[in-house]
Ligand binder design. Structure first.
Ligand code: GAP
Length: 441
């Protein structure tokens, strides 16, 4: 048996559409560039990833969660540096008016769109934040931004959370939520989009101890990706050199994944110093200092270790990693299969009566109803059993249960393993235990 990995992102895009994972946004109107809608299976997969992140982060004594609003006071973004510094330098082709990032294009070469000998405008900064109007009056005083990162919602709530939850350092605040960036060059499916979801955690520590905690969180985050089923050889660290550090960081490293389009950042782990809290103190004129009762009632601004992972990039990695084509080119034996870890698989089990006939369908439905109370499950009677297996393979269902004529006599069913395609006969009263042991959720 031969096995091929995902080579072309387009194969994944079409599988995602064909099987109800991800659709182009506003497709019937011709689509909206770089915006995507998650379908029924996509949303289950995404929910599993978010739940796993949330549980890994907050089922600990030292991390609590929040959900801050997307629209924040505009001063927040001045304090954070986004109003002045969240820019890409842009140039326009004077011939065809196409716009490019000045640092990503050879300004001496012809325009890659119209092919004319490029005369470009002078580079001009373009701010990536989406602006919108708050209230009925369209003047600049009511101008607000769609948040470009969720992190600032955590920083401005640092003291609220610390005091209400009576937290002592070190402790963290976790959040999952949408972020928006008017990216110049979105693309590669859901890798770079203008609306995306982040899963971020700020861990507040005593100044001087940040490197120790950075190392701890690096290990935790790396292992979390492995537990989602990603292959270790497709992950790598990408440390930021001194010249590459963001203005707020004294150390930073990314976890990169080898996507079909190449290596790309999936998660950033940053030592953000006390930059953000200091800025919010300055701009809000509120004292945000932590009172350290265990260290002579000293007052200071904590340092911060941030872990920030894009939910959509994580989901793209999980999908890409799971994607395999077996026996490619062999008409009889070729199959496309998503080899998800059962922990993230959107559907855990499918019940397939061999025939539509009521005699088989009714008891099979009874089994499905029982299992579906515990797991997301599917019941499918349409098409040949082979076709139904192929569909379940393509959506990554770990187990298929077939109810056949023998089942009426021996009160047993056939359970097929997605990866090995091995089939086992299991007594009906043992099915639940069998699944529990195998799925290991
Ligand atoms: N709070 C820190 C922060 O926002 P970032 O490196 O700009 O840092 C963190 O973003 C993560 O958010 C990235 O590692 C990536 O997974 C995700 N992300 C950033 N921009 C994105 C985009 N345009 N589309 C999808 N995901 C994005």
């Amino acid at each position: 048996m031969s096995e091929t990995n995902l080579k072309d992102m387009q194969d994944l895009v079409s599988l995602c559409k064909r099987r109800g994972f991800i659709f182009q946004s506003s497709e019937i109107y011709g689509g909206l560039s770089s915006c995507w809608d998650y379908g029924p299976l996509g949303i289950e997969l995404r929910k599993n990833i978010k739940d796993r992140w949330w549980n890994a982060m907050t089922l600990r004594e030292d991390v609590v969660g929040i959900d801050a609003s997307i629209l924040m006071h505009p001063e927040v973004w001045k304090a954070s540096g986004h109003v002045d510094g969240f820019n890409d330098p842009m140039v326009d082709c004077k011939e065809c008016k196409s716009r490019f990032r000045a640092d990503k294009i050879d300004l001496a070469a012809n325009c890659p769109v119209c092919g004319k000998s490029g005369t470009y405008t002078e580079p001009k900064d373009f701010n990536l934040m989406f602006k919108t109007q708050m209230g009925p009056v369209e003047d600049s005083s009511a101008q607000v931004y769609l948040r470009p990162e969720t992190a600032q919602g955590i920083f401005v709530n640092f003291l609220n959370v610390q005091s209400t939850m009576r937290k002592k350092l070190p402790f963290g605040i976790a959040q999952i939520g949408k972020a928006f960036r008017n990216e110049i060059t979105p693309g590669n499916f859901i890798f770079r989009t203008r609306e995306f979801e982040q899963m971020e955690m700020q861990f507040f520590v005593k100044p001087g101890s940040q490197m120790e905690f950075m190392e701890q969180w690096k290990e935790i985050r790396w292992n979390w990706h492995l537990e989602n089923g990603l292959r270790p050889e497709r992950l790598r660290w990408e440390p930021h050199g001194p010249g590459e550090l963001a203005h707020y960081a004294d150390a930073a490293t990314d976890i990169e994944y080898q996507y079909a389009h190449g290596w790309g950042e999936m998660e950033g782990i940053h030592s953000r110093t006390d930059f953000d809290l200091k800025q919010h103190e300055l701009f809000s004129k509120k004292n945000l200092k932590y009172l350290d009762a265990e260290d002579g009632n000293k007052k200071y601004l904590p340092f911060v270790i941030e872990t920030s992972v894009g939910c959509d990039r994580c989901l793209l990695a999980v999908l890409s990693d799971a994607y395999r084509v077996e026996n490619e080119g062999d008409k009889e034996k070729e199959r496309t299969v998503l080899k998800f870890s059962p922990k993230v698989a959107p559907i855990k089990v499918a019940v397939l009566p061999l025939l539509k006939k009521e005699k088989l369908a009714a008891p099979a439905k009874e089994l499905f109803n029982k299992l579906n109370k515990k797991y997301p499950a599917e019941f499918d009677v349409t098409g040949t059993i082979g076709k139904r297996y192929r569909r379940q393979d393509e959506i990554g269902t770990p187990f298929c249960i077939t109810f056949d004529f023998d089942s009426l006599e021996d009160h047993a069913v056939t359970i097929r393993d997605r990866d090995t395609m091995v089939q086992e006969r299991v007594s009906l009263d043992k099915v639940e235990q069998y699944l529990q042991d195998k799925l290991q959720l």
